[in-house]
Design a protein around this ligand. Structure first.
Ligand SMILES: NCc1[nH]cc(CCC(=O)O)c1CC(=O)O
Length: 103
């Protein structure tokens, strides 16, 4: 699949749905927020996003260097995935985010 081709991504996902997919998962998540939004608009299936290790590592490394406020930036990143249309987010920040959201 051509990464630059938005229409092809939506078409491939439609074919997956036609073959009986129960969930449509997009990975990695943040470079493909437009695809998440497009799938949300096109399909009634749950849209899942995989916030992959590289996305986690970028945030964690920057936080460890003191370059950003980890809690604020991570919750904003996860919110952007949610706002794009994902109702499921697989992320290595899951346990930490759950704790932050309960504070
Ligand atoms: N295709 C397998 C698969 N499923 C999810 C990931 C990403 C795992 C991660 O980096 O968090 C990978 C490896 C890859 O595509 O490179």
């Amino acid at each position: 699949m051509a990464q630059a081709n938005y229409k092809e991504a939506l078409l491939e996902a439609q074919l997956d749905e036609d073959e009986g997919a129960d969930i449509l998962m997009v990975k990695p998540a943040m470079p493909y927020l437009d695809i998440i939004k497009g799938l949300k608009d096109q399909s009634n299936l749950p849209i899942a996003a995989y916030h992959v290790s590289g996305e986690y590592a970028m945030l964690k490394a920057a936080a460890m260097n003191g370059w950003l406020d980890e809690k604020a930036v991570v919750l904003e990143a996860l919110m952007s995935i949610r706002r794009a249309g994902a109702s499921v987010i697989l992320t290595y920040y899951a346990k930490q985010a759950a704790k932050w959201l309960q504070e």
